[in-house]
Design a protein around this ligand. Structure first.
Ligand SMILES: Nc1ncnc2c1ncn2[C@@H]1O[C@H](COP(=O)(O)OP(=O)(O)O)[C@@H](O)[C@H]1O
Ligand SMILES: [Mg+2]
Length: 463
């Protein structure tokens, strides 16, 4: 059996004790021939006693060390202080204590990292140096439609996306970060911005940002600018060519001059309307238009407001009727916004319906809202256009709309204004059977309900 340095020292010490004892016996005049064997026997007995105790402690320490190696860091050697192996036991215990606190720190760090990864909206994937997936978070699973367990497989096996593979291949070739956009088709098409980043000695980190909405908005803005430019170009070109014709001699002919001046005037009005509509739209969209809500009785408001349209209605022999019940609750709206919205609807009804038609403006209570309906008996709108007429620049018949001075922005302004109040808009129509546009706007709650609500909000909770 192998003994440690301390144990060997102990043995030497015991031998020395034996020799000393022998010497003592000699000095006590015990016959020399007995003294040596006695001393040796005592030394041997003492040695065996110490060796046995050392062996037991060593076995205990070995067991404790093995338990620790097997992962149980809660065991402690607790060797008695009197034992020669006590320092070794103490070191072993300290080692276990330090190891378990390091392990606890590492575990909490890992938990923190994984909860961050789990809750991230960005997709994250870690590939090892071989290109095998080591980790991917739930956001990425959703983005790339990955349902099965792909950890351990290669990117190629897990994701069928050639642009993504090309991006990773480029990063691996250049050993540098790369960034690119990929399009994911399927039920929910998306545009993802991918950043591939080398991670020293680990592999590659891929971060995916969903930029679908951003790209959609950019597309809308591009379309909007293109539409605006297109809409502006036509009247500007008409004004320019009319002015040129006038300058190149038409001004000498009073009849022709009057015609070209009228063209200039009509197109200048179109430009003005377009610019005004664009300004309204941009001020509502940018939030610069602040609603000033007030209590507004619908019937007097309509009677007053319709006066503006009487002349035009008479001209086209269109009957304008107002129909609201007596008990209609007042509205809780911004009167300028309502005026703007209602004007657009009546303007459309007067523009797009035939001469001799009828336009009825009515109101009815609808829960906490009031529904305002503008119904005409005109040509109506075909079903395929119904869901789109509230879009910017959408016109069922472009030529006809321009002919009657339309910008294609009126209904989108109406929608924005009503939605800013927390309301909604819609249209019901059948081709050839008229169209009914409706706005649902919040009604002013009766004062009693408001008081009750305030009281219940202020009252302490019932115990
Ligand atoms: N009362 C209506 N009857 C039939 N079509 C209508 C009516 N109101 C609107 N529309 C259709 O909806 C389109 C969008 O209306 P709007 O946004 O007000 O634009 P604009 O009046 O400038 O053309 C119109 O071009 C027209 O085709
Ligand atoms: Mg209009």
């Amino acid at each position: 059996m192998k003994l440690g340095l301390t144990a060997q020292l102990s043995l030497v010490l015991l031998l020395l004790v034996g020799v000393a004892l022998g010497a003592a016996l000699v000095s006590m005049r015990v016959e020399l021939r007995w003294a040596i064997p006695i001393a040796l026997i005592v030394a041997a007995l003492l040695t065996s006693l110490v060796t046995r105790s050392l062996t037991a402690t060593t076995t205990h320490l070995t067991e404790v060390a093995r338990a620790m190696a097997d992962g149980d860091l809660s065991v402690r050697a607790r060797v008695p202080k009197s034992s020669q192996l006590a320092p070794l036991g103490a070191v072993l215990d300290l080692l276990a204590t330090n190891l378990s606190s390091t392990l606890a720190e590492l575990t909490s760090e890992r938990d923190k990292m994984s909860s961050i990864l789990e809750s991230m909206r960005e997709g994250v994937m870690l590939l090892d140096t071989e290109g095998r997936i080591r980790h991917l978070n739930p956001a990425l699973r959703e983005m790339l439609w990955i349902q099965n367990d792909v950890e351990g497989s290669t990117l190629l096996e897990a994701v069928r996306q050639s642009e993504l593979h090309a991006l990773l291949a480029l990063a691996r070739r250049t050993l540098d970060a790369q960034r690119g956009e990929i399009e994911v088709r399927g039920l929910k098409p998306r545009v993802l911005l991918v950043q591939v980043q080398p991670v020293p000695e680990q592999g590659w980190l891929l971060v995916f940002f969903d930029v679908t909405e951003m790209r959609r908005l950019e597309g809308m803005r591009r379309d909007f600018v293109a539409n605006v430019s297109h809409e502006l170009r036509t009247p500007v070109a008409s004004i320019h060519s009319a002015a040129e014709t006038l300058m190149s001699g038409a001004k000498e002919d009073p009849k022709a001059a009057a015609r070209f001046i009228e063209i200039i005037d009509r197109n200048a009005i179109r430009l003005r309307d377009l610019v005004e509509d664009l300004l309204s739209l941009s001020s509502i969209e940018s939030g610069a238009f602040r609603l000033q809500r007030e209590q507004l009785e619908l019937r007097p408001f309509l009677q007053q407001h319709l006066k503006m349209f009487e002349g035009r209605a008479r001209e086209r022999r269109i009957r304008l009727e107002v129909n609201t019940p007596d008990d209609l609750p007042p509205l809780d709206v911004d009167s300028r916004a309502l005026e703007h919205a209602v004007s657009n609807l009546i303007d459309n009804a007067l523009k797009y319906t035939r001469e001799g038609d009828r336009v009825e403006i009515s109101g009815r209570p609808l829960g906490a809202m009031v529904e305002l309906r503008v119904a005409d008996s005109g040509p109506g709108i075909a079903p395929e256009h119904l869901s789109r007429v509230f879009e910017r620049f959408y016109r069922v018949d472009k030529g006809r709309s321009r002919g009657v001075g339309g910008t294609g922005l009126g209904l989108s302004i109406v929608k924005h204004l009503v939605e800013a109040h927390g309301g909604s808009v819609g249209v019901e129509s059948e081709l050839g059977a008229g169209a009914t546009f409706w706005l649902r706007l919040p009604a002013r709650r009766p004062a009693r309900a408001q008081v009750l609500e305030r009281d219940s909000a202020e009252a302490p909770p019932a115990s």
